[in-house]
Write a protein that binds this ligand. Structure first.
Ligand code: GLN
Length: 191
């Protein structure tokens, strides 16, 4: 693989264009993943963007992408899931909803802040980075983690960012704030 990192961005629904801009601004190349065949290419990491997890999950199922994607993640592909992307990765969803990829051993609750708090902005500490802006939009949070999952950030005692080996799941939208540190950190694990 060349010096320029190639990052695949799931582009079936949601905020994928914003993620691509971030990655390209940092000097990496993006490829859009819209169908199963796109997953057969070579790339160094993958971003699952925010959006609507139910729509994304159904599309991944219909397009036959759920299994190949799950296999690539299980075999070590670095992946960053933000908001809906975190929901897609979750091993379990609270409230009896069924999950999708199920590769990240945490339980995630969707739309977890209620309607009034649907969107909000804070500055909080992210492990290994420091205090950064965090924008939440009808966000989920992580209700519980299993052994081996590292907690990277909490807001009001709720877990909003985790890492499990090659998988990073974040409840907020780092692509909507100016701070580039999350994308830089992600690129650094995409070898
Ligand atoms: N509420 C959305 C869902 O359940 C996630 C929102 C987001 O990605 N900003 O999928």
């Amino acid at each position: 693989m060349g010096a320029v990192k190639k990052i695949a961005v799931l582009s079936v629904q949601g905020a994928f264009a914003e993620q691509e801009k971030r990655i390209e601004d940092l000097g990496a190349e993006c490829i859009e993943i819209r169908q199963k065949a796109d997953l057969m290419q070579d790339f160094d990491g993958m971003i699952l963007p925010g959006g609507e997890s139910t729509v994304q999950g159904k599309l991944l199922t219909e397009l036959g992408m759920l299994e190949p994607l799950r296999d690539r993640i299980r075999s070590g592909l670095p992946v960053l899931g933000t908001c809906a992307g975190l929901i897609l990765l979750a091993g379990e969803l609270g409230g009896g909803e069924h999950g999708w990829l199920g590769t990240l051993p945490v339980r995630v609750r969707r739309n977890a802040y209620g309607r009034q708090l649907g969107s909000f902005h804070v500055r909080e500490v992210f492990q290994g980075i420091g205090r950064i802006p965090m924008t939440f939009i009808r966000a989920p949070y992580v209700e519980s983690v299993t052994e081996g999952v590292e907690i990277l950030a909490t807001v009001d005692n709720r877990i909003v960012a985790v890492r499990y080996a090659n998988q990073i799941g974040i409840a907020f939208h780092p692509e909507l704030d100016e701070d580039e540190s999350i994308h830089k950190m992600f690129l650094s694990i995409c070898l």
